[in-house]
Design a protein around this ligand. Sequence first.
Ligand code: ADP
Ligand code: ZN
Ligand code: MG
Length: 493
Amino acid sequence: MMLESNAVDGHETIIGLEIHVQLKTRSKMFCGCAVEFGAPPNTLVCPVCLGLPGALPVVNRRAVELAVFAALALNCQVHSRSVFARKNYFYPDLPKGYQISQFDRPLTTSGWLDVPADAASTPRRVRVRRIHVEEDSGKSLHDRFAGLTAVDLNRAGVPLVEIVTEPDLRSPAQARAWLVRLKQTLEYLEVSDCNMEEGSLRVDANVSVRPPGVTALPTKTEVKNLNSFSQLERALEYEASRHLAILRAGGSVAHQTMLWDPARNESRPMRGKEELHDYRYFPEPDLLDLVVTEETVGQLQRQLPELPWQKQERFEKEYDLTPYDAGVLSASRQLADYYEALARISGAPRSAANWMMREALSVANELGVSVGEGFVDPARLAELMELVAAGRLSHNLGAEVLRSMVETGKAAAQVVAERGLEKIKAGSQLDQWVEEALSENPAEVERFRGGEEKLLAFFIGQVMRKSKGRADAKQLRERLLMMLKPERTDTGS
Ligand code: ADP
Ligand code: ZN
Ligand code: MG
């Protein structure tokens, strides 16, 4: 096992994250080209994002609004005046030879976002140092033509925010939990689709390890190329244990940028050349200062949706849910909206939560759909709940009926009628199955009568199998007890 927490020999792992997030705008940051993933290469370009001489950038208002929106949710201070800067470097996918970013006067600073309480980690508050707006670079494609690198500039100029945290995280698991919360928050805000595979959320992780008693920040390394939550966690564990081994051997960690190799499960230093950063930032002469009025900030503040932790807390209070259930059901806005509709229509919020947690999520998962999309309407699921509540269908067939409803689009009552799944109550059919179960298992009957009463579950199982799950469980239990203890007339216990 590698380093899992901050507790090895009292050494402390210190982590800070830098996250790039593509904003969900229709057009690019400084031109009118469309933003679209997967379009044919170099079809979404114009003189501005190609960096042709004389072309001038114009700021995308919507991108700035989305950035402010994110900043407000992360408790940041929004500055009424910020400055675009050129970040100069040479790379084939950067046609202008510089990226328009923000440097010493970013749009927003000094916020925070807490790690969810269930991540069992302290301290929980992670300070957000800054969020600035910038443009994305193009993409180098190394796998299209043998021996050649191709360049696709569709992504050049796509609006980004870069979110930088203070070094406040204390373990790889905590870093992961915090990033999950950040992604969830940005999805709630609909500022980005946060698709890590498509690169609309990209994370670089900085890590160092501090011996007990040291308070200064030790030398860190930065790990790049992390494309999933598990890669983030694994890469941080790897780096932290590498640092620890160096420190224990009396060595010192080199300040380096590392590349994570998911195939080999290890990080290795980037080549020195790639790392030589001298960006020669200077204010972008083609753009005025970015001015965001208090009025705009106020308007956006009023548009902020209920955030994940607020929704979770409200679900706990309003619907009497456990923190765990409330957490799961508020994981996305879509899921939460579905649950609330179901709670309202069924008039039974707790039961609705149980149906969501047990049947709905597992059926959706099995069928590879998401609740709320390609699933049954909440009203239809409420009808199924009602069939069970009214004693017409046994609860253990709920998932099966629901699966069939999703697959066929039929209503619960129709599925139950067509497949003959009505609950079978006390009567000759039930009695016959009970008698069969007893006569087929004489040894178990004897053992039961000899005092092994836990065998009741065995007999219930036998009859349930014969009835294909349709037997009324309560009545079956009563019936079995009566038959197994013929001397007793009182079936209660
Ligand atoms: P640099 O000057 O190398 O870019 P910064 O101070 O600008 O470093 O910080 C960049 C990122 O690295 C931030 O997310 C910050 O929280 C994180 N960071 C800084 N120092 C450390 C450290 N000693 N250990 C872990 N992360 C750190
Ligand atoms: Zn363009
Ligand atoms: Mg820095």
